[in-house]
Design a protein around this ligand. Structure first.
Ligand code: ATP
Ligand code: MG
Length: 781
């Protein structure tokens, strides 16, 4: 144990061994908060605490898995397996299943994903004959979600004048009605959405004191990572569970609170002091992740936020490289520059692909980087976007599973009733749905009893519905006898799904079939893994598998074959992670900060925290890039560099090299100018040089006035032309030139005479360069 504790600093060790009572650990990025949490758990186990009495809440399932593995090294797998460790959603989904009957839910309740939820909302908007252009599913969902996360039930919502006046202001006065109908529909479908998992846990603990008491006694020690991003609903759950023993340890960083759009409240940290007045505060001030320049740059930026808890964060690592800023003419060029830089770094630093991450503000930015990495044969993985489980054929089969396990699941029913085609048309379905709504039944119940309900469903259609119900009931008889894999295989076969895809001989059909096979293989692995476990925590049932799938977070969707690849993800998903080299791309106003989040100071502060999170993911080098022109809705639009670039203390930035004599900087230094800024910093001969001291006087801030072109000219095709030697003064604005190393380019500005003539050229392959003609041997086209 001593040796184990020696891997911690003195302050970290204090935070580990003082494990009783309430503890608050507030510290900057990379200071070892997660490490302290992990070691504290290992230490608790070492002190004889039962693993099942430790509840640890993490931000992703992957983080929980990694922590468990780390703990297993110290205390053994058997102990670590029995820890209650995972995301809020996955832990409390399990508790809700165990206690479901108290709330009137089946224990096999379905967990609706965002697609299901939006589909329910759409159906309600249609049913109520509301304008679907105003009541857009996303907008309605975010209001309902925010109500739930503040524990506002549909009934309370109606009497909440604040919510009602907000709805009126947003021209959506019917939200309360939709919320009520939505809650009813989910309930009769035996379904909970993500927010319900938290809301219903709160209801369970509020209305069943004996249940709360049971879990209060069970969880002797509660630990929460990323506490700054808990919402009110999560805060209350933790609070209720902890009031009994008060052995609660939360770690967080207010500067990394980035989920306010999901209801996260920084105030939860501040409340901690009031809730547990005799709390111990641990401050971790040393950053063990990043170089000095990275930490200092991040600190200089976040200092611009008015709302923050003051704290120290320093690094004792090497000062490291400055934050390199790449300026591209177009979004496409930005992609190429980043790919070229990754390629070069791999060669120079002997880095591997998994050391790199490209982080952006929104998922839509991924395509350009995917294209450019593919061109360079650099393997990558993208997180977010459409996941495997959202593909049509996969979701169809998953919905069959859901319906077999929970017949009342309306969304699953609607999705598969006529797939494969059974002649049950839309008219029939809308009649069944109307009957179900009128009688407060699920679609399954309404369809079964359709003859006795007042409905216009024809006899023939009613028979088809009965046949469909018979298939599902028949499949349900297999639940008891089959394990998840065999049940899944039987469902895939007997439902006709596999056969339907087999008939489709197109390439698309084949690939869909392969996807189904991959899904079934995944289920088999899930079963094997659970059976192999020394102390299995539960049976490898199909609903268990479905739950794992529904609760995956973006960062969890890692496959083993994805190991050595460049990671492409949003900054939001990168929280808590670290990479040797980080590329933070699309640093343009309205993209980052996002156009949607720059209207108030609060919004801007959150965007700034997001920037802080991004840059502090980097261990060795952070690179920032932006483009001057980006395609928006099919047309090129001019962009301005992000205001955040100007907010970083310039002594930590390497804005590129504008020294015309210094083109020996290698192709790496692709962008050599400083667009949109008043200053241009030269003087760094080699941006990859190690140990560049972070001293301001090292920077020669020579002002170089560069005329920027109004709209950048883009070269998409190589220009097949003969290039000839030329007289210097022939090189004027607009002509095409060729450079030995940079290839073909176009002159943007030219000034001076004879050998002293200086030109700025944009090379599609190498970016923009300012060249002195007496050195650069240019040929003219
Ligand atoms: P974030 O705010 O980004 O979540 P964090 O505060 O949780 O960061 P960790 O991820 O725990 O920080 O630690 C950052 C890195 O520093 C990790 O690679 C960790 O292993 C390492 N580290 C932490 N403490 C020490 C230490 N005492 N000695 C050596 N390395 C350490
Ligand atoms: Mg952490």
């Amino acid at each position: 144990m001593e040796e184990f504790l020696s891997q911690l600093s003195d302050t970290q060790r204090e935070a580990v061994v003082n494990f009783t009572g309430p503890s608050l650990i507030i510290a900057g990025a990379g200071s070892g908060k997660t490490r302290v949490l992990t070691y504290r758990i290992a230490y608790l186990l070492n002190q004889g605490v039962q693993p099942s009495s430790i509840l640890a809440l993490t931000f992703t399932n992957k983080a929980a898995k990694e922590m468990k593995e780390r703990i297993a090294v110290t205390v053994g797998v058997a102990q670590s397996k029995r820890l209650r460790m995972g995301t809020f959603h996955s832990i409390f989904a399990q508790i809700l299943r165990a206690e479901a009957d108290k709330l009137g839910y089946p224990s096999s309740f379905t967990i609706y994903d965002t697609t299901d939820v939006k589909s329910v909302i759409k159906a309600i908007v249609k049913e109520k004959k509301l304008d679907d252009q105003i009541y857009k599913p996303g907008a309605v969902l975010s209001r309902i979600s925010s109500a739930k996360n503040n524990l506002v039930t549909p009934m309370a919502y109606r009497s909440n004048s604040g919510a009602m006046s907000q709805d009126a202001a947003a021209k959506m006065p019917m939200i309360a009605d939709i919320y009520t109908a939505y809650a009813q529909k989910c309930y009769k479908s035996g379904a909970m959405d993500f927010d319900d998992l938290l809301l219903n846990t709160n209801i369970l603990f509020r209305d069943f004191p004996e249940v709360l008491a049971k879990y209060q006694q069970l969880f002797n020690f509660i630990l929460v990572d990323e506490y700054q991003d808990t919402n009110y609903s999560q805060y209350l759950i933790v609070n209720k569970l902890a009031t009994h023993h008060k052995n609660i340890c939360v770690v967080g960083d207010d500067a990394q609170s980035i989920y306010s759009f999901r209801g996260a409240k920084i105030e939860n940290i501040l409340n901690f002091r009031n809730d547990y007045p005799n709390y111990k505060l641990f401050k971790l001030e040393q950053n063990y992740r990043s170089t000095q320049n990275i930490v200092n740059a991040a600190n200089s930026l976040i200092a611009k936020n008015k709302n923050q808890i003051k704290k120290v964060s320093y690094s004792e690592k090497e000062s490291g490289d400055l934050i390199k800023v790449l300026r591209a003419y177009t979004d496409q060029e930005e992609g190429l520059m980043v790919a070229a830089s990754i390629h070069q770094t791999i060669l120079q630093d002997q880095a591997t692909y998994q050391n790199f991450a490209i982080l952006y503000r929104t998922n839509a930015q991924s395509r350009i980087f995917e294209d450019s990495l593919r061109k360079k044969n650099i393997p990558y993985k993208v997180y977010g976007g459409l996941s495997f489980y959202q593909r049509k054929e996969i979701k169809d089969l998953l919905c069959y599973f859901r319906l077999v396990l929970n017949h009342n699941d309306d969304e699953a029913y609607k999705r598969v009733v006529n797939f494969p085609a059974r002649g049950i048309g839309e008219t029939t379905m809308s009649r069944v749905e109307a009957a179900a709504s009128a009688k407060g039944l699920s679609i399954w119940e309404a369809a079964l009893n359709i003859r006795s309900l007042d409905s216009e469903v024809k006899d023939g259609a009613a028979r088809k519905l009965a046949d469909f119900a018979a298939i599902i009931k028949d499949l349900a008889t297999e639940i008891v006898t089959s394990d998840a894999y065999n049940l899944a295989l039987t469902i895939a076969t007997k439902s006709g799904v596999i056969n339907d895809l087999r008939m489709d001989k197109s390439q698309e059909g084949t690939s869909k079939l392969e996807n189904l096979e991959a899904l079934l293989n995944g289920i088999r692995e899930f079963v094997d893994e659970m059976k192999r476990a020394e102390e299995p925590d539960g049976e490898p049932t199909l609903d268990r598998f479905l739950e794992t799938v529904s609760l995956l977070t973006d960062a969890d969707k890692d496959k083993p074959e994805d190991k050595n690849k460049v990671t492409i993800m949003t900054i939001h998903s990168a929280k808590g992670l670290e990479f040797k080299y980080v590329y933070l791309v699309g640093l343009e106003d309205e993209l980052f900060p996002s156009r949607m989040s720059m209207n108030t100071e609060q919004e801007l502060e959150e965007e700034r925290r997001l920037f802080y999170v991004a840059i502090t993911r980097a261990e060795r080098r952070a690179t920032i890039s932006y483009a001057l022109q980006r395609y928006k809705w099919g047309t090129p639009a001019t962009c301005r560099p992000s205001r955040f670039l100007k907010e970083i203390d310039e002594q930590f930035l390497d804005m590129g090299d504008s020294d015309p004599d210094n083109e020996s900087n290698s192709l790496l230094n692709l962008s050599t100018q400083n667009g949109g800024f008043t200053k241009n910093y030269g003087g760094f001969s080699n941006p990859y040089q190690k140990n560049v001291p972070a001293s301001p006087n090292k920077i020669t801030s020579t002002e170089v006035k560069t005329k920027l072109p109004a709209g950048a000219t883009v070269f998409n095709e190589p220009i097949a032309k003969q290039f000839v030697e030329c007289a210097e003064n022939d090189i004027v604005e607009g002509v095409q030139v060729e450079h030995e190393r940079f290839g073909i380019g176009k002159v943007i500005t030219a000034e001076g005479d004879g050998p002293n003539r200086k030109v700025t050229v944009f090379f599609p392959a190498a970016g923009q360069k300012t060249l002195l003609l007496k050195f650069a041997k240019l040929k003219i086209g």
